[in-house]
Design a protein around this ligand. Structure first.
Ligand SMILES: NC(=O)c1ccc[n+]([C@@H]2O[C@H](COP(=O)([O-])OP(=O)(O)OC[C@H]3O[C@@H](n4cnc5c(N)ncnc54)[C@H](OP(=O)(O)O)[C@@H]3O)[C@@H](O)[C@H]2O)c1
Length: 349
């Protein structure tokens, strides 16, 4: 039985940690009704408590996004509890940090099933409910690495490219239908989340996001902005994302050489890690009996709390208006001075 009549109903996958968790928290502050999908019950419970403390409503549904049936069922439960889903945000992912030749076929498949098909299934479950109503928003949390692959993350980069690929097709189909449903992608920079502490790694040193690193709250604000303004095809968050995607468009071969030289060291700290470090590939580390990892990872002291680039994106209309206004004032001032000079020059001594 649906209890919601006015609040926005939003589903977030990967809501127990990292960017999904920070996004869910912001939705709670907006008093939204949030369906939280991930596997780890401890993380989900903590996310639900944060949303409810902020004034929102939460329904935590332990779900593995690599199974369509489970995702579809979760979507049904959210609608049963809160009413029609207004927005669906795909965030859940996993990866393996290792050279391609050191990744087993079943590990590669698992990353693809979670990180790519998880988005496909989430999008399908959302559209199944949004299309009959001809309304709704789908936000895909993407990555600069969905445009430019880097070493040691082949399965992840492949999946993120694939997310862009199917989303672009879908977008054109929705446009063809004249649909009012919107789908947009937010391409993220490096973010300080738990992934670097729990993703399966075969590296000898602790994995790290390639600096500059942003806090997950910056990423979450980007997601919420995209949710509110879903007409754009893509958002690029962070100057490093702009540089990476533009660099790839301008000089991909040069970037190949640069990444071959720097990509191994830039993704690892100096800190050794054991080869048997627990990983979340097949089962969650924040499940029953596990701890809550929260939104942030272990790189707080190196992470930025703001992105001036995205601030400018968000305020581009007022910035453009201010620039035009300043230009117009400068031109009119110049014209006034010119007339005055002519008058002074033309008057008798
Ligand atoms: N952090 C970055 O530097 C960065 C950069 C660019 C883009 N992104 C993108 O941002 C998104 C989130 O990344 P993040 O760094 O926040 O990741 P994270 O900290 O590792 O969190 C991943 C989330 O996905 C969930 N998850 C993992 N496997 C799942 C499965 N099989 N089924 C359901 N949920 C699953 C995890 O919860 P459970 O384990 O409890 O299921 C967790 O809630 C990803 O799409 C990633 O591509 C991140």
């Amino acid at each position: 039985m649906a209890i919601n009549s006015t609040r926005r109903v939003v589903v977030v996958t990967g809501a127990s940690a990292g960017i999904g968790r920070a996004t869910a928290r912001l939705l709670g502050q907006r008093r939204a009704c949030v369906g939280l999908l991930a596997r780890g019950e401890t993380g989900l419970r903590a996310a639900a408590a944060e949303i409810e403390a902020a004034g929102g409503e939460a329904l935590a549904i332990p779900t593995d996004v690599s199974e369509y049936g489970a995702v579809d069922q979760a979507a049904g439960r959210v609608e049963e509890r809160f009413g029609p889903i207004d927005a669906w945000i795909n965030v859940a992912f996993t990866s393996v940090f290792a050279p391609f030749t050191e990744i087993d076929p079943d590990e590669f498949r698992r990353v693809t099933e979670v990180t790519y098909l998880g988005y496909v299934y989430g999008t399908m479950a959302a559209l199944k409910r949004m299309r009959p109503r001809d309304s709704g928003v789908i936000v895909q949390v993407g990555s600069a690495l969905g445009a430019r692959s880097i070493p040691l993350q082949s399965a992840y980069c492949g999946a993120k490219h694939a997310v862009n690929g199917f989303t672009e097709s879908l977008r054109t189909e929705l446009m063809h239908e004249g649909s009012n449903i919107r789908v947009t992608v937010v391409q993220m920079p490096a973010v300080n989340t738990p992934q670097f502490s729990w993703v399966l790694s075969r590296l000898s040193k602790h994995p790290q996001p390639v600096p500059p690193i942003y806090q997950p709250e910056v990423a979450a604000r980007g997601v919420i902005h995209a949710l509110d303004h879903p007409h754009r095809k893509q958002y690029w968050l962070g100057a490093s994302t702009v540089a990476t995607i533009s660099g790839q468009r301008l000089a991909p071969a040069l970037l190949d050489r640069y990444l071959a030289r720097t990509g191994y060291s830039s993704q690892q700290t100096d800190q050794p890690i054991s080869s048997g470090r627990p990983a979340n590939l097949w089962a969650p580390l924040d499940g029953a009996g596990g701890r809550d990892f929260g939104a942030r990872g272990v790189f707080d002291d190196r992470s930025r709390a703001h992105s001036p680039q995205f601030w400018a994106t968000r305020h581009r209309r007022s910035l453009a208006g201010a620039t035009l206004m300043a230009g117009a004032l400068a031109v009119s001032d110049w014209g006034r001075r010119r007339v005055q000079r002519r008058r002074v020059g033309g008057s008798p001594p």
